[in-house]
Design a protein around this ligand. Structure first.
Ligand SMILES: Cc1cc2nc3c(=O)[nH]c(=O)nc-3n(C[C@H](O)[C@H](O)[C@H](O)COP(=O)(O)OP(=O)(O)OC[C@H]3O[C@@H](n4cnc5c(N)ncnc54)[C@H](O)[C@@H]3O)c2cc1C
Length: 473
């Protein structure tokens, strides 16, 4: 946290917001201002993950792009740290700040769907679940991630890997245009023709380049899918054959397999609680339900399913209702790897067995398909040819447990590493600059740093997986 960013050239020293400055600012914005003494402050400063007990000096629930521009000006002039929040799911806690300003987009939820052209303009306060429920009314969808409450702001800027990744690619592969307020407060329309450098950078470069207020997405016909949850016993053979099956499946099928200890949930038989299982989500997004049934059938055949909820269903049902007061504390590591054979599966299970964290998981996402067909240079997300994404995570209950859980995920990630380190920026925690660099090949990083210098030379947008502006040669 840098409240007083003396090390950042070009930024003024931070000065606290005095009453006159707040009054003047509030006369210029339409959105609500929330300060530490106000009712609702504690709810307004809460983000998805627990463990980030930060106290912003000011939270602004912006209403439009002019508000966004005014908040950016206030941050620029005061030198206070600026946190930008869409859905509040930052794994690294980047959407809250101690003593700074939170620009909260959650009330900007307009959505214009053009059914004929199959496009939608969406304000970035929408969540993936809200967007998906609205477009589903027309039998249309854009792919986001595995969780409905994630904001479309953060997931899109990171790339977006979800249930349609093999069929339709990353979320950014459906991004046609955006409106972005840059560090100088200007609202820019960006697309393949206008500010193409910025359009390239925001497709994977995160929140480094400005505040996205609106996205225009392509929509696909996705109506009834075949999928849902399948729970299998986790043995090295079953994990390896699940992955092999997912890789061989047609690209209409995307899978997310959580190898984990079975939680004590009512839909799981009591005798498996605490045992290692594969809790998998499958989505077949093809046109024909019978073909979908044929594609998912082999997954049921690797072992006697513990729970089999695979069925034809409306696409939005992949985002079940969530509890508002769920704020887990967890540490995680993300990576891309090439293969999960029996030996790698064995390593996964050994590590999961060796921990006593209340919940621990290795999440496996088989990639390929449409995501891999785009060239690595097409967007700032460049790990296009990666075959499998793995996220390992341990949940913890008190701060005193954190160090042990962190050591376990670090050790687990090292045991799974295959070749060069590489990471998905959307799942990075606060892991240091080296890990941010692993999200980008060197040529991508250099191009991003040059674009950063052009649009945010003072690194005003620095509370993120930061790409510092390139130094002028
Ligand atoms: C439970 C859970 C499940 C997830 N599942 C997936 C998944 O399946 N696939 C996947 O790809 N990712 C997934 N993620 C990762 C997720 O995409 C990132 O954490 C993402 O940044 C969250 O977006 P948000 O808007 O909710 O978060 P926020 O915390 O609001 O934003 C995160 C960061 O993004 C930037 N940002 C957000 N909105 C804007 C904006 N409008 N303009 C400029 N910058 C902005 C800011 O730097 C901010 O700090 C998951 C995360 C969680 C917690």
């Amino acid at each position: 946290m840098t409240d007083n960013p003396q090390d950042t050239p070009g930024l003024p020293l931070a000065k606290p917001l005095d009453e006159a400055a707040i009054r003047e600012f509030s006369s210029r914005v339409r959105g609500q201002l929330i300060r530490p003494e106000d009712d609702g402050y504690d709810a307004a400063r809460t983000v998805f993950y627990g463990g980030f007990d930060r106290r912003p000096a000011l939270i602004v629930r912006v209403k439009d792009a002019t508000d966004v521009s005014n908040v950016i000006a206030l941050a620029r002039e005061s030198g206070l740290e600026l946190a930008v929040r869409s859905g509040g799911h930052s794994v690294a806690g980047h959407s809250t700040t101690d003593g700074g300003i939170v620009l909260d987009l959650s009330e900007m939820k307009e959505l214009e769907i053009d059914v004929e052209r199959r496009t939608a303009w969406a304000q970035t306060g929408l969540t993936a679940g809200e967007y998906t429920a609205a477009t589903a009314a027309h039998g249309l969808a854009t792919g986001f991630g595995d969780t409905g409450s994630v904001g479309i702001g953060g997931i899109t800027l990171g790339g977006g890997v979800g249930y349609l990744v093999r069929k339709h690619g990353l979320t950014i592969d459906d991004l046609l245009a955006a409106e972005v307020v840059t560090a100088d407060g200007e609202l820019l329309r960006v697309d393949a023709e206008r500010h193409p450098d910025l359009f390239w950078a925001i497709r994977g470069g995160g929140g480094n380049f400005g505040v996205a207020t609106k996205f225009q997405f392509r929509l696909h016909e996705v109506d009834t899918i075949v999928g849902g949850m399948l729970v299998l016993p986790a043995t090295p053979e079953v994990v390896a054959s699940f992955v092999a099956e997912a890789e061989a499946a047609p690209e209409e099928l995307s899978t997310i397999a959580n190898v984990m200890t079975a939680p004590p949930m009512p839909f799981l038989p009591a005798e498996v609680h605490g045992q290692l299982v594969i809790m998998a989500m499958l989505v077949y997004a093809g046109e024909d339900v019978d073909a979908g049934e044929r594609v998912i059938a082999p997954f049921r055949a690797h072992a006697e399913p513990i729970v089999d909820m695979l069925k034809p269903m409306p696409y939005p049902e992949i985002y079940p209702p969530e509890e508002d007061d769920f704020h887990p504390t967890a540490v995680a590591r993300t990576m891309f790897i090439d293969t999960i054979d029996r030996d790698v599966s064995q390593t996964i299970l050994e590590h999961l067995r060796a921990s006593d964290a209340p919940m621990r998981v290795a999440q496996i996402r088989v990639l390929g398909g449409a995501m891999a067909r785009m060239s690595a240079e097409a967007t700032a997300f460049a790990h296009r040819s990666s075959r499998i994404m793995v996220n390992v995570a341990a949940f913890y209950e008190g701060a005193e447990e954190r160090a042990a859980r962190e050591a376990w995920v670090t050790d687990f990630a090292a045991a799974l590493r295959q070749g060069e380190g590489c990471a998905y920026v959307g799942f990075l925690g606060e892991e240091g600059e080296e890990r941010v660099r692993e999200a980008y090949p060197e040529s991508t990083w250099d191009r991003l740093a040059a674009i950063k210098r052009r649009y945010d030379p003072t690194n005003l947008f620095r509370l993120n997986q930061n790409i510092p502006p390139a130094i002028e040669q």
